[in-house]
Design a protein around this ligand. Structure first.
Ligand SMILES: C[S@@+](CC[C@H](N)C(=O)[O-])C[C@H]1O[C@@H](n2cnc3c(N)ncnc32)[C@H](O)[C@@H]1O
Length: 492
């Protein structure tokens, strides 16, 4: 059935008002599919016009809102995610607080906002338990909230598949989890440290003692705001500031850094990451505290972020740019289902299907999805194997070199990664993801001027696009958002 743009827009606006999500036109069909799934669960009509009426009914019942939240959010997460933030937490923030408050007010207050199924707050709880010798003498408030009730229920259950542990040191898994069939259950000692509840960042009242969102020492809100509308991000940023004590920290993921949203905080560099801190804004001039923070001028995006396992909307997209050879018996239907599996983050199933397809009718489209699926499952060895294999067959795909670069970067081979990006840009001088990645690698390796050249080239290309344009092969990022991120990198 043909759906007119106005209906799509109206549905998108309603969802924006309810949850803050931003959808580019390119994603309207996928958005509607998710809303229809949510509608089915609560026995509502799936006809677009009726959906619009349903979304406009105020207030939505809790069950309706929960179903929508479940189907529209991306809950990808894992324990010990993004080392830079965890280094800051364990090496800087906590030691400082312990020092300041020892023997006085022995209390630490943390909020994990958008905690999904709990891996983030549980990671913090484990770290605190590992770091603080007499933890029972401290009052730890670790509040964890999410829009998605189903995610909170999973967090409360505390059982995780091995995939949640892809960055977890073996001894931690051994010490704090018990195997239960195919799952690992978190120990009560950690479970009891975290208070979970649902909270919609768009509609909730905070700071407030009622939901424990006041007088906080730090807020972790990583990989959450990136999908929200700019006006919502700004409003949340202002409220977060109010929720923090003076000197409190606001920690986003490294791909979300953006001074136009978070300019109400001071920017602080620690190791390879940049973080926000609540300070008296009149003293904001010095953003890098050179005494405490040794800026190594590294890549802003963490390696793990560049190819981190996530659904398409958040990390590796299915965007496919070139075909090596015309597949002999090209089966469009199965490629479509491969893409669907990939979009649904069913990477293991996707790999199986891709492999069958690669035997029957090899194509770069399928190969690239196979590589991304392996990368998203953390199996970089296989991802690299397939990259090498495909590059041998056809060395003219910029995207293959780009993917290879990220795998190599993740495997700690920055020079080889740089070479691959050079090759990608030789093949396709305006391959935007490669320009961005090249800037980042050079920046991280202290070649700031060269990095700026690539960033400038990237911005020139982005200036030719509308802000809403969704960039191919780039996690669903819009041109506007990428421009902002690039500008932040250039300035820092
Ligand atoms: C990708 S997960 C991030 C989990 C974790 N912070 C991390 O970085 O691993 C994003 C989470 O944000 C939540 N979220 C999205 N919009 C939200 C909103 N308006 N209010 C509260 N949570 C929201 C989603 O439900 C989802 O669980």
């Amino acid at each position: 059935m043909e759906i007119d743009k106005a209906t799509y827009q109206a549905i998108s606006n309603r969802i924006g008002a309810l949850f803050g999500f931003y959808y580019a036109e390119k994603n309207y069909a996928e958005m509607l599919r998710c809303v229809q799934e949510a509608a089915k669960v609560v026995q509502k009509s799936t006809e677009p016009e009726k959906i619009l009426l349903w979304l406009s009914s105020t207030p939505l019942s809790n069950a309706d809102a929960a179903s929508l939240a479940k189907h529209l959010t991306i809950g990808e997460t894992y324990f010990f995610r993004e080392k830079p933030a965890l280094d800051l937490f364990s090496e800087k923030i906590i030691p400082e607080l312990l020092e300041q408050r020892k023997g006085k007010n022995q209390r630490i207050r943390i909020w994990s906002a958008g905690c999904s199924s709990g891996e983030e707050p549980y990671t913090l709880a484990i770290m605190l338990r590992e770091m603080i010798p007499h933890l029972d003498q401290w009052k730890i408030d670790l509040v964890a909230t999410d829009l998605n009730l189903a995610a909170i229920q999973k967090a409360l259950g505390g059982c995780y598949t091995p995939w949640s542990f892809r960055e977890t040191p073996a001894y931690i898994k051994e010490k704090y989890f018990v195997k239960k069939g195919n799952l690992f259950e978190i120990s009560d000692v950690i479970k009891n440290m975290v208070q979970f509840s649902t909270l919609n960042l768009i509609t909730a009242r905070f700071p407030s003692p009622e939901n424990n969102t006041n007088q906080l020492d730090m807020i972790f809100c990583r990989n959450v705001l990136m999908y929200l509308k700019p006006e919502n991000i700004k409003a949340i940023s202002a409220k977060f500031r109010e929720s923090l004590v003076e000197g409190g920290w606001f920690i986003t993921s490294q791909v979300e850094l953006n001074d136009s949203y978070f300019g109400n905080f001071s920017r602080k560099t620690y190791k390879s990451g940049i973080f926000y801190r609540k300070e008296d804004l009149s003293a904001k001039v010095a953003t890098v505290d050179s005494k405490d923070f040794k800026s190594k001028n590294r890549l802003i995006r963490s390696k793990k972020d560049v190819i981190s396992p996530a659904k398409t909307r958040s990390r590796i997209s299915t965007g496919i740019s070139a075909v090596i050879e015309k597949p002999k018996a090209f089966n469009a239907a199965s490629v479509r289902s491969i893409k669907d599996l990939f979009s649904a983050a069913k990477y293991a199933d996707c790999i199986q299907l891709c492999q069958v397809q690669m035997e029957k009718a090899p194509s770069i489209d399928t190969g690239i999805i196979l590589i991304k699926s392996y990368a998203n499952l953390g199996n970089l060895k296989q991802a690299r194997h397939w990259c090498d294999k495909l590059i041998k067959v056809n060395g003219s795909s910029a995207e293959l070199y780009y993917l290879n670069a990220f795998i190599l970067e993740d495997q700690n081979e920055p020079l080889l990664a740089e070479k691959n990006l050079t090759k990608a840009l030789y093949l396709q001088p305006n391959h935007l993801p490669s320009l961005f990645a090249m800037g980042n690698i050079l920046r991280r390796n202290q070649k700031k001027q060269q990095a700026v050249n690539y960033y400038q080239q990237l911005i020139q290309q982005l200036d030719l696009m509308s802000d809403e344009y969704i960039i191919d092969d780039f996690d669903g990022l819009t041109a506007g958002r990428l421009r902002e991120m690039t500008q932040t990198m250039m300035q820092s």
